[in-house]
Write a protein that binds this ligand. Structure first.
Ligand code: MOS
Length: 763
């Protein structure tokens, strides 16, 4: 298929991202539904599963190179301080210490415009003060204690609304409100909308700071060979790390290779290069040896990103029949000490049909670790306020809360007015409601009795995730008929290796065992975007299919040539071409490649363009049943039903992995996870996994997953929309509404810890 270059844009994390891309000119036939496919959509275990469970998989942390050295970071103990003096003499004298970098002896590298790599102005507890490299990790650790730093402690602010006050300590010279003004959106006439309403509800909601806590810590191994730098990194984006590190070090990308092998999660905290990688690269260059840097769990809690908090006020008006007339939304989000998006209003703007909507959202600097994208940035917060308020509105109107959502279903994108390529939300509502037994809920809320009260609630979800170009894949055939597929994407634990092999197996009809998958290496693999925004499978799978289909065409012409018959006289099944007129005459894939001697058959596949004038979104609803112990205030989630339209499922097993993970993460957000800071000292109290509570297997409810969609043929040749983020968005709001249904009192602040439950019940 001929190629062309286009300007293309699609939704990635918090925004539309516009890029140039080479795309196929034509379109492949869409695949039929999964029940007519052999590998796609089936329960297929991960091709890298054995390596992972046996411990033989080499993660970045396990990477060993001869002459390896180890780096450790000294972090600021204060929420806001300026370094007056720093003395590294004693630390440098320690046997085995090789070098120490501070702001005094390191080139001034600008770090995202806000600060320098080592900045004497320290803006949060955990900000980087110095980095030591030594022969062993233990020596580096010991050396940190020997660095003498004199800090001038500065006044600090750790609350977003307080940071907006005139007299608040300034974290950056530009002021604490990022860009100096709120982000705003509006359509229609909100005041008029409220005038037209028969019922209006208003509420203030708070969603807390959540820490990513991927299982695998942030880490890099860096190695210079002359001018060339290789970085092994635990990252969601090898190409973004390549560009970011090259930019920071002011070196050509051709001299930088980034490799990500196995990876234990990122959730958005590993989308871009970390400071630690650049710090390690500078030390490695100085000492002429490879450096390994692993961020410890405390460093991850303080400095590797978080889901920013959000103080939200939402006002919704509706007609008597439930038709929405206006939504007014206001939020303040604490970005931490460096710039990051904190908007949470998108659900209110896009989820329901509503002619009059206004949002005003402030992102504010505070003296705390910087926010980063976190699994559906802004959405769990924004749906907590929106879906709670929708429930309050339903009660005000005397309506079934699910019926209120159905009533305001939209088949058009509320911002652009474009229709969706597909939207099966109504099916998700219906099937989810049936699976949870929606009729069993308390009506009215809180009408149960006894110590343990059960309740059922639900929430909905909208996300992007359709992906788009650019994304490319190479496919090569070996002489024995086996294949190798190579793409510059990465498997962050979601199953990318496996679906790439499935697609090649589906098209070429060769066993999955004969397919080698190479990804996560800028040195060999063609460009793909970062694994974020639930776009990986949606962007990469069509490129892999395109490469495989092109290969089929090459093989067909090769078979025709070796059999000396026209192509249309061939039939193909399970890796074997047969002459229709004489079924004794056959050629296998390896026969064809073999006859071509040392030539290697290769193709390059590309992700096609998204359709014009359509919106691409995933949709879903989750339903939760909870049991609240009214004596202790503990909430047990009994069951979660997740019903989603996410386009085609590529692999049922890894789909369930992602759904379960997202729901468990959402449960943690609903009930226990929270960064707690001491208002007197400005320090983080929850800087380890003992104090920062995460769900364990004891907290996991029964989970039922219902996928109401098959391939969306309008968006790509595989029709995938993506599931990673949709899985977690509605969980906490559904649990919150279930708790209301159990108790009849509303809690407006996450997480729903026992003290808040008791407070709501008895005060
Ligand atoms: Mo993004 S928060 O890594 O999907």
């Amino acid at each position: 298929m001929a190629r062309k270059i286009v300007r293309s844009s699609f939704f990635f994390e918090e925004d539309y991202k516009e890029q140039m891309a080479e795309v196929p000119e034509g379109k492949l036939q869409p695949w039929p539904d999964n029940n007519q496919l052999r590998y796609i959509g089936k329960e297929i275990t991960r091709i890298d599963g054995y390596e992972k469970v046996s411990g033989s998989a080499v993660y970045t942390m396990d990477k060993m190179i001869s002459r390896m050295t180890y780096a450790k970071t000294l972090r600021c103990p204060h929420p806001h301080a300026r370094i007056q003096a720093i003395d590294t003499g004693e630390a440098l004298g320690l046997d085995g210490v090789l070098a120490i970098h501070t702001y005094e002896n390191t080139p001034e590298i600008e770090w995202y415009g806000n600060s320098y790599l080592y900045d004497p102005h320290l803006r949060y507890e955990g900000d980087e003060v110095a980095c030591v490299v030594a022969e062993t990790e233990a020596i580096a650790e010991e050396a940190l204690d020997l660095i003498r730093v004199e800090y001038e402690e500065l006044p600090f602010v750790i609350n977003g609304e307080e940071a907006m006050q005139e007299d608040a300590p300034k974290i950056h010279d530009s002021g604490n409100v990022i860009r100096g003004e709120p982000s705003q959106y509006s359509r229609g006439d909100v005041e008029k909308g409220f005038e037209d309403a028969n019922a209006v509800v208003e509420g203030s909601y708070y969603a807390q700071v959540e820490i990513h806590n991927p299982t695998e810590p942030h880490c890099s191994v860096v190695n210079w060979e002359g001018e060339k730098l290789t970085v092994w990194d635990s990252t969601q984006g090898v190409y973004s790390v390549r560009d970011g590190v090259a930019g920071a070090l002011n070196m050509p990308t051709s001299k930088l290779r980034v490799i990500k092998e196995y990876m234990g999660g990122g959730f958005g905290s590993k989308l871009w290069e970390g400071k630690y990688t650049v710090m390690a690269a500078l030390l490695a260059r100085e000492i002429g040896r490879p450096v390994k840097i692993v961020v410890d769990r405390r460093g991850m809690h303080l400095a590797m990103g978080n889901r920013p908090d959000s103080q939200m006020t939402i006002r919704i008006g509706a007609k008597e029949d439930g038709t929405l007339t206006a939504i007014d939304y206001h939020s303040v989000g604490a970005a931490g000490a460096y710039s990051s998006g904190t908007g949470t209003g998108w659900p209110s703007v896009t989820m329901f049909k509503c002619p009059n909507v206004r949002t005003e959202e402030y992102s504010v600097f505070i003296n705390a670790g910087p926010g980063r994208p976190f699994r559906a940035p802004g959405r769990p917060q924004g749906h907590f306020s929106l879906d709670s308020a929708m429930d309050e509105l339903a009660e005000e109107l005397g309506m079934d809360p699910l019926e209120l959502r159905r009533k305001n279903f939209t088949d058009k994108d509320q911002v652009s007015g474009n229709p969706y390529t597909s939207n099966l939300l109504l099916d998700a509502y219906a099937q989810g409601a049936e699976a949870i037994g929606w009729d069993r809920r308390n009506d009215p809320a809180g009408s149960g009795s006894g110590r343990y009260r059960r309740g059922i609630g639900m929430a909905s979800q909208i996300w992007g995730g359709g992906g788009g170009p650019p994304a490319y894949a190479y496919l090569k055939l070996n002489r024995d008929g086996s294949a190798k597929v190579i793409a510059g994407t990465q498997d962050i634990g979601t199953g990318t290796y496996t679906f790439m092999a499935q697609i090649v197996a589906e098209v070429l009809e060769i066993p999955m065992d004969d397919i080698e998958v190479i990804l996560g290496d800028t040195g060999v693999a063609p460009y793909c975007g970062g694994s974020g925004g639930s776009t990986t499978a949606a962007s990469v799978s069509p490129a892999v299919r395109d490469a495989a289909e092109q290969m089929m065409q090459k093989l067909a012409s090769g078979a025709a040539a070796t059999l000396n018959i026209p192509e249309d006289q061939l039939q193909y099944a399970d890796g074997v071409f047969t002459d229709r007129n004489d079924d004794t005459r056959t050629r296998t894939v390896s026969d064809i490649v073999g006859e071509m001697h040392e030539q290697v058959l290769t193709t390059t596949g590309a992700r096609g363009e998204n359709p014009d004038k359509y919106a691409i979104n995933s949709f879903g609803a989750q339903f939760a049943e909870v049991e609240v112990d009214t004596l202790t205030g503990r909430i047990r989630v009994v069951k979660v039903v997740a019903a989603h339209d996410i386009g085609r499922v590529l692999n049922k097993t890894t789909l369930l992995n992602q759904m379960h993970g997202g729901i468990i993460q959402g449960l943690g957000y609903a009930l226990m996870e929270e960064r707690i800071m001491d208002r007197n000292t400005g320090k983080v109290l929850t800087d380890n996994l003992e104090k920062y509570k995460m769900p364990t297997v004891m907290d996991v409810p029964e989970i039922e997953v219902i996928i109401v969609s098959d391939g969306d043929s309008q968006i790509s040749n595989t029709g995938v929309k993506g599931v990673g983020e949709p899985a977690t968005i509605p969980t906490a709001p559904a649990i919150a509404n279930a708790v209301y249904n159990a108790l009849g009192v509303r809690i407006r602040s996450l997480p729903f810890t026992p003290d808040k439950v008791l407070d709501a019940l008895y005060s």
